[in-house]
Write a protein that binds this ligand. Sequence first.
Ligand SMILES: Cc1cc2nc3c(=O)[nH]c(=O)nc-3n(C[C@H](O)[C@H](O)[C@H](O)COP(=O)(O)O)c2cc1C
Length: 361
Amino acid sequence: MFYELIKPAFFRVDPEQAHDLVMVWMEKTGPCRATRGIAKSIYYLEDSLLTQTLWGLRFVNPVGMAAGFDKNARAIQGLTALGFGFIEIGTVTPRAQPGNPKPRIFRLPADHAVINRMGFPNEGADAVAVRMAVLGKQPVPIGINLGKNKDTALEDAAADYIAALEKLFPYGDYCVVNVSSPNTPGLRLLQGAGYLDTLMAEVQAANRRLATQHGRQPLPCLLKIAPDLAHEDLEAIATLALGPAIDGLIATNTTLSREGLKQSVNEGGGLSGAPLRTRSTEVIRTLYRITGKQVPIIGVGGIDSGQDAYEKIRAGASLVQLYTAFIYEGPAIARRIKAELIELLRRDGIDHISSAIGRDI
Ligand SMILES: Cc1cc2nc3c(=O)[nH]c(=O)nc-3n(C[C@H](O)[C@H](O)[C@H](O)COP(=O)(O)O)c2cc1C
């Protein structure tokens, strides 16, 4: 209700400025124990029905904040207090970069959607590592989403992912190789057969080396893919994921498609939110048909209700993430999705979330 009251004023502010305001607020209030306590009393809702262990990590609930919201690890404590079960920071590139010229985020309220062409603006892996070192161990798993710098040639991409991983390895619970942003020229080509297996093999070799250096296990290394891939490409990726190079899949990033929009829009970039929902669920279904439960899938794209999350889980996702719904629905979104999900599982006589994964396949 609180968000419904402030939303009209909020939506009059430029989207990126509004985002920056929220980040400042979260960064200031997140470290305060009392504020976190109040937020937790409002937004927490945990139930053993939703708790899972994947890759040896405990997820108290399956609803995560997707990459892109907290690019520089400034809001981890605030997001945890809002009841997210895991948080993915980034995309972080090895070196700081400014991203594309502004404006670069556009709201499409009639479609419950957003178009962005941010181009990975971030403070770089060194600065993010310092911030995460100060923060210390968090109560929920933290994913580190890695990217390449815009001025790095595609042939040298692996070195960028590895350089960022080297700096952030001690602070993450899982890492993500992001090859699916439409806003870094050529990046999506890395999803192709010619590049992907070599890229993932090189990243995993570095991951193992870092594990030995730090005296811990390698990080689960996930691949985040685009919704615009052809069926055969998805099948090839799913097949690759059955091998040792990929520990999990994140489906999907934003789409270049403008299909089904109510609002006419002439901005380039990736579309997220409700119009992406069906396609991303289709991608999950295609992947799950090949991988089954052997390779956990994180489903993302247009989730703004428990029903949406449930559909992705039934299509094969073990966990879900969202970003755009946070813009439209506000801070109570994770709690609402969890409550609705519990209700749906109970309605269908399912006694644990793991029994719902892939049930429609
Ligand atoms: C403004 C904005 C910035 C984003 N930045 C990133 C990013 O840096 N890295 C990434 O992997 N995904 C990024 N995404 C994609 C989201 O993580 C997610 O995959 C996509 O938005 C679909 O989920 P949604 O419909 O719940 O927003 C971004 C999305 C938005 C809206």
